[in-house]
Design a protein around this ligand. Structure first.
Ligand SMILES: Cc1cc2nc3c(=O)[nH]c(=O)nc-3n(C[C@H](O)[C@H](O)[C@H](O)COP(=O)(O)O)c2cc1C
Length: 294
């Protein structure tokens, strides 16, 4: 299917974009109006765009239903300050409740059962239950249109972070496994980050990877190795050579057993290399592959 966004209604555009651009982190934004009335609402059109200066942006859209603007936007236009509270799994149902369209002036801390904790540099309160909170000054608000569904970029500078000690390791660095983030996808879908679905990908930019184009043809055209496997192999910074000291019993067995059938031997070797790669053993995988690569 190919779709032109201009042919779709605002709701249809939202459907295809929100399912595709996912998962999105959630900014749980605490703001106040000029009378000091507190508002708390979640926004998944949210991300960081600069670390130095530390800039984050979220976007309260014009309501599709009646093209009015959200209370959060009205508040940051009146008082350009916001606390961005990070959402974890333990809070997600209450966060969703806070997204109800309560009347102007209703305090969603009360409606959704969160505890106000005074911020230290700005007026809006923090969410006590959130384990990471960012006190932010609003630098600029950029309207992206005047029709229902149009976003409004609220460009914020983070001036102070509050991080729960339970998220830190012994070097006072954040332990990603402890955060239990949730993120928004399309429709009612959310996802939860935890140890069972976190994985690491080695940074390629310390030294240049040799690139997929530099892989031996038999590896590059393998019917067994996937794009991910090739990406791992091509991320080495020097083309590996056969290591005479490398010895591997399973490889010996394959070579012995399949010596009469080179095609099957290559398939078995690629399968074995794939298993090694899936356990992060790139050096071993290369050595196994070099034993058969043409
Ligand atoms: C997880 C989640 C993410 C949301 N993300 C956005 C968003 O990025 N932009 C938006 O305009 N509304 C978003 N909403 C809907 C707003 O939270 C909702 O309209 C809220 O009532 C706005 O409150 P306010 O008028 O008090 O500011 C989201 C709702 C949920 C539950």
């Amino acid at each position: 299917m190919i779709i032109d966004l201009k042919d779709l209604s605002a709701l249809e555009q939202q459907h295809y974009l929100q399912h595709s651009i996912a998962p999105r982190p959630i900014c749980f934004a605490s703001t106040i109006d000029k009378e000091g009335r507190v508002n708390l609402s979640p926004f998944s059109f949210f991300n960081m765009f600069s670390t130095n200066p530390p800039i984050v942006v979220f976007s309260p859209s014009r309501r599709v239903r009646n093209n009015t603007i959200k209370h959060t936007l009205e508040n940051v236009m009146e008082v350009p300050e916001v606390v961005i509270n990070i959402v974890d799994y333990d809070m997600v149902q209450q966060v969703s409740l806070a997204s109800c369209e309560y009347p102007k002036g209703a305090n969603e801390f009360v409606k959704a059962g969160f505890t106000e904790e005074p911020a230290t540099l700005i007026k809006p309160p923090m969410v006590k239950e959130s384990k990471v909170k960012m006190e932010c000054e609003v630098l600029e608000i950029k309207s992206l249109g005047t029709t229902g569904g149009a976003g409004n970029l609220v460009i914020c500078q983070v001036i102070r972070m509050h991080i729960d000690d339970s998220l830190l390791d012994e070097n006072k660095k954040m332990d990603q496994r402890k955060l239990q983030h949730v993120a928004r996808l399309g429709g009612n879908w959310y996802c939860r980050v935890n140890e069972s679905n976190l994985f690491e990908v080695e940074k390629p930019n310390v030294q240049l990877g040799i690139g997929i184009d530099a892989l031996p043809v038999s590896i590059k055209n393998s019917k067994i190795l996937s794009g991910n496997n090739l990406g791992q192999l091509a991320n080495v910074h020097e083309h590996p050579v056969i290591d005479p000291a490398f010895s591997n019993d399973h490889l010996k067995q394959i070579v012995q057993y399949f010596s009469v059938n080179p095609d099957e031997m290559e398939r078995e070797i690629h399968q074995y290399a794939k298993n090694l790669l899936e356990h992060g053993k790139v050096h071993e995988a290369w050595q196994v592959l070099l034993s058969s690569a043409g």
